[in-house]
Each structure stands twice: as structure tokens, then as C-alpha cells.
Design a protein around this ligand. Structure first.
Ligand code: CP
Length: 315
């Protein structure tokens, strides 16, 4: 594997999940693979889980890791071509990405969307510049439109904890106080549409995701209908795709509560984290026996490790 930016970079999802679970059973079996190899993690935005789990995965494979928080420690990057750089930007991404590629064997990049210009975000301007100029294999640590390592960890968690061959998985919109990207729900939707699950998306009217990510899913604005009989419920807020990046007032009643769980099949509750308690997801659910959010975050290690392993094998 040379690029991990979406589910489309994976030839066999089932095999990838199985390999990740094998690594979970035997984390240090491939320590020689990463010997004298370096992973560079480049963050243009904050992170807890992605940063720590990907470092841990690299250490398990015997790799060295360098982390650069470009947003806080790096030079201000210019992304536009053919401009006179007489403003606040100091270094062009062409040189910056190419130089990083001189120091590391694999690069991971996190770059969130601006949520102002849909075309700019959905053409993945920042992420694709790194792909174009870094010259080494690249793994997405969350881009403007997708979060594939999160989705892989989510699928690993479902595979581990499901009690039937084809579970019902529901992605439900949740309230928030600010506009959030569509990257996590987009990504979760496109992975679930390719996995062996019965997949439903529910959200208030106005929060339709791009159909590029949801083809094959059942979509409803009736949350109760969606939750009925659910085995897994993935809770997440996102802003509107159209009008882009907007949020609409109201919809506080969409927060998941224990009362709502009564119509599910004792559903396990997922969230990528971080989560705002009693706004996006009730504390009673988060602290209850159905929440698997910490287990899910733990599986971020095995998602990252299987991807890095396949990249190391292809070097
Ligand atoms: N879920 C996730 O990606 O968490 P971080 O933003 O903390 O990395």
C-alpha cells in the first residue's frame, strides 16, 4: 500500500480487518519490519487519539517517529500556486512536503476543512498537495472529507463485538454548538456501505451528506424508525453539505438517551471522540454499559498498525 486516504485504497476490507485483529493478538510480531524506518506525523490541526495511537502503532512495528505540529511549530504554509508570497505565509507546500519526504519513509497528514469553500475542501487541496510533493507513501490522519483510520477502527470494533453475522448499524446525527466537518460521517458511511452490515443513516432534514459517500445506505429523517432494532449506533454531529458548513437552530432532541435505547437491540454506542457530554451524547449513555467509545479508541492502534505494516511491506 502506498496511499491510505479512503476505503477505495483497500482491495479487501475483510482481510484488512482480520489482519488488524491478528496484530492486536500479537502486536510485536513485526518489530523488524520497521527497524531503521521513520514515520513523520504532520498535524495542521489538533489531535489526541490519532497522534497517540499512530505513534504507538509505529513503535509496535519498530519504527522511529517524528511529529511536527505545523499549526503551532512550523512555518506558515502557502498552498496556492503562482502567487507572490508577500503576505503571512513563509514556505510553500511544494518545498515543505518535499523536504519532509527527505527525512521520513512514510508520512501521515492531518488537515481539516475550512468549511467555507466546498469545492476547495472536497477536492482535498491540502492533502493532495502532500500526496503530490512528499514523494513517500502517505496515510491520512483525517482530511477535509474523510477519516479512514477512524472508520477502519470502527469496523474492527463492529467485527469484534457483533453478535450476528450482519448487524444493523445506524449513523445518527447529534446536536452540537458549532459547525463540524463531514469527514467522520462521510468516511463511516462509505466504509459501512462496503462492509457486510445493514446500514442506516438518520439526521434532521437539511443535514443530507453527499451521495458520493452514502450510496447503498437507508436514509431517514425519523430517528426512532432508524434506531429500532439497531445493534450498533454511531453518534456524530456534522454541519450541512448544502448550504455548505451551515448549522440550523433546534434539533436538541436528537441527543441519544437511555430512553431511546429501549427500542434498539441492546445497541452498542459508538463515537469517534472527542465528544461533548450532555450536548452531543448524554452522560447516562456514555457512562452506561452500552458505550464502547473507549474500546473503539483503543482499536485506533490496530487500524494504524495494519496500514503502516502494509506500507512498510511495499517500500
Ligand atoms: N477521533 C479522533 O480522530 O480523535 P483525535 O482528533 O483526538 O485524533
Amino acid at each position: 500500500m502506498k496511499l491510505f486516504s479512503s476505503v477505495n485504497d483497500v482491495t479487501d476490507i475483510k482481510a484488512l480487518v482480520a489482519e488488524a485483529l491478528a496484530l492486536k493478538k500479537d502486536p510485536y510480531a513485526h518489530q523488524q519490519l520497521g527497524k531503521n524506518k521513520t514515520l513523520g506525523l504532520v498535524f495542521l490541526n489538533p489531535s489526541l487519539r490519532t497522534r497517540m495511537s499512530t505513534q504507538k502503532a509505529a513503535f509496535n512495528l519498530g519504527m522511529n517517529v517524528m511529529v511536527l505540529n505545523v499549526d503551532k511549530e512550523g512555518w506558515a504554509l502557502e498552498l496556492r500556486d503562482n502567487v507572490v508570497m508577500n503576505g503571512t505565509t513563509v514556505e510553500h507546500i511544494r518545498e515543505a512536503a518535499a523536504v519532509m519526504g527527505q527525512y521520513v519513509d512514510i508520512i501521515g497528514v492531518r488537515s481539516f476543512p475550512g468549511l467555507k469553500n466546498r469545492e476547495e475542501d472536497y477536492t482535498e487541496v491540502v492533502f493532495n498537495k502532500f500526496v503530490e510533493f512528499c514523494g513517500v507513501p502517505l496515510v491520512s490522519l483525517e482530511s477535509a472529507t474523510r477519516h479512514p483510520l477512524q472508520s477502519l477502527a470502527d469496523l474492527i470494533s463492529i467485527e469484534e463485538l457483533k453478535t450476528k453475522v450482519r448487524p444493523k448499524v445506524v449513523l445518527t446525527w447529534a446536536p452540537h454548538i458549532k459547525p463540524l466537518p463531514q469527514a467522520v460521517p462521510n468516511s463511516f458511511a462509505e466504509w459501512m456501505c462496503k462492509a457486510d452490515v445493514d446500514f442506516t443513516i438518520t439526521h434532521p432534514a437539511g443535514y443530507e451528506l453527499s451521495t458520493d459517500f452514502t450510496r447503498g445506505a437507508t436514509i431517514t429523517t425519523n430517528q426512532a424508525d432508524a434506531l429500532a432494532g439497531a445493534d450498533f449506533i454511531y453518534v456524530k454531529n456534522w454541519s450541512a453539505y448544502e448550504p455548505y458548513g451551515q448549522v440550523f437552530p433546534g434539533n436538541e432532541e436528537w441527543m441519544l438517551t437511555n430512553q431511546k435505547l429501549k427500542i434498539t437491540n441492546n445497541a452498542k454506542i459508538m463515537h469517534c471522540l472527542p465528544v461533548r457530554r450532555n450536548l452531543e451524547l448524554s452522560a447516562e449513555v456514555l457512562d452506561g454499559p452500552n458505550a464502547i467509545v473507549v474500546h473503539e479508541a483503543g482499536n485506533r492502534v490496530w487500524a494504524a498498525q495494519v496500514v503502516l505494516k502494509q506500507m512498510l511491506e511495499a517500500l
